[in-house]
Design a protein around this ligand. Sequence first.
Ligand code: CA
Length: 224
Amino acid sequence: MRLLLIEDDTALADGLLHVFSRGGYTVTCARSGGYAESILLAQEFDLVILDLGLPDKDGFEVLQTLRARKNATPVLILTARDAVDDRVKGLERGADDYLSKPFDMRELEARVRALIRRRYGSFGSDMKLGRLTIDTAHRQALIDDQPIILSPREYGVLEALVVQAGRVVSKDRIAQRLSVGDEEIADNAIEVYVHRLRKRMEVCGLKIRTVRGLGYLLEKPAHE
Ligand code: CA
């Protein structure tokens, strides 16, 4: 799962980066609102943790810009401000949850998990699709509970398809989920990853369909 952490307090950002990375999340840190907005245009995240007091702009502004672009990524506001007005303002502007500093790390982790679960349905850190299980905490795929070896990027593509199972996922969207930092992922690289995954998935009866001009679709097993 991909997390964008928008926080200018270096010590706090480093601490959160450490905890969430250990929990299997791919974490990107943004120290300013401007950088956060540009990275939110280029990449896709499963959740955003947003500090309100940023050096260049107010976190509310980042939230408003995100929602104005019709980006529905869940946002958890993390801030030292605990006034009721700010909570209401955050929620009204499209935040999904709110936690005041100082906070308990376990509570933050639990809320992050809950928001991701809400976004993707009943999934916990394990996502099951027929005989396939994706263990997002360990970035590992299993067929009939036996781990299969995938490269980090193959795993990333599979996760992108599994969270949207039954729906078409565009190449752009896959690229946005694979990209870390400023790297660009070529279309033909994605084709190669999908080709390899398709073979691996056939073993457990899951089909990855190419929808011409649109992207790829991982078919849900008929009985689910
Ligand atoms: Ca701050």
